[in-house]
Write a new protein. Structure first.
Length: 268
């Protein structure tokens, strides 16, 4: 702490106690959730033709039980030849649905080494991969194709503006995707399309002031994140659920109860 800060603190009053921030999933959980939702990422390998230079490829994948992406790649592909020479690689996965505001959405970079799967792992990898990428059935059994896994040694997560940090590989692998991951997009679409007035009421009650517009940008087991517009100012607010939810039905019930409480709070 600087001498100036010490002087300021010495003469400052106690001030008002600040409430704790609303609970939300850890970065490890959010990274696992994002990877579980993704279908395709950007694979960066080290070029053989231009040593030391990155070589980017569009890469379909499926995560394994610890979030490690599995790839089905041909020995003729340039990225496969690069990996055979140097296994160091990374995969960038971007949150879907944020094409109009790509820096506002989440993204995660998995860094590590890639290796070809052992033969006894192929059957389970094949089933999982085809469940996510059914068109691959036309080439999955070609002799030049094989399954590879990226073992994450470090993870960098960005959850939008002001939310970013490194995540230890062990924390990432031990985390679980959010239980609402598969239904979150539907919840968000439904709330924004059918209940814009309810969202403004909820935002008003929680923010303490009216807002011109409110829409949901994220939902998870612990709460929702709203984007708010008041006059020309656009900002976001995290609103915690009163209890953890694990299904769309539980989320719907909690949001209805929160809205009823917000209307009661704002009633004259």
């Amino acid at each position: 702490m600087t001498e100036e800060a010490i002087r300021v603190n010495r003469h400052a009053g106690p001030g008002e106690p600040q409430p704790p921030p609303p609970p939300e999933p850890t970065y490890a959980e959010r990274a696992r959730t994002l990877v579980s939702l993704g279908r395709t990422g950007t694979l960066s390998t080290l070029s053989r033709k231009h040593p030391g230079a990155p070589f980017g490829s569009v890469m379909p994948y499926v995560p394994d039980e610890r979030g490690g992406p599995l790839f089905l790649i041909s020995s003729m592909a340039m990225h496969t030849q690069n990996l055979a020479a140097d296994p160091r690689t990374s995969l960038l996965v971007v949150q879907p649905g944020w094409e109009d505001d790509p820096l506002g959405g989440g993204r995660v970079t998995l860094m590590g080494a890639a290796a070809r799967l052992a033969e006894d792992e192929r059957a389970s990898a094949r089933a999982a991969y085809l469940a996510r990428h059914p068109k691959a059935q036309h080439w999955v059994d070609f002799q030049d194709f094989a399954f590879w896994r990226l073992r994450a040694e470090d993870v960098y997560f960005v959850g939008g503006f002001g939310a970013m940090d490194w995540v230890a590989a062990g924390e990432y692998g031990g985390a679980r995707p959010d239980p609402l991951a598969d239904v979150a997009a539907g919840i968000i679409e439904h709330m924004n399309r059918d209940h814009p007035d309810a969202l403004r009421v909820l935002a008003h009650a929680r923010a303490g002031a009216p807002v011109d517009e409110a829409w949901v940008v994220a939902v998870d087991r612990l709460g929702v994140r709203l984007r708010l517009r008041t006059d020309a100012r656009v900002h976001s607010a995290r609103i915690a659920f009163p209890r953890e939810v694990r299904t769309a039905e539980e989320c719907r019930a909690v949001l209805a109860a929160m809205l009823a409480a917000a209307r009661a709070q704002l009633a004259p």
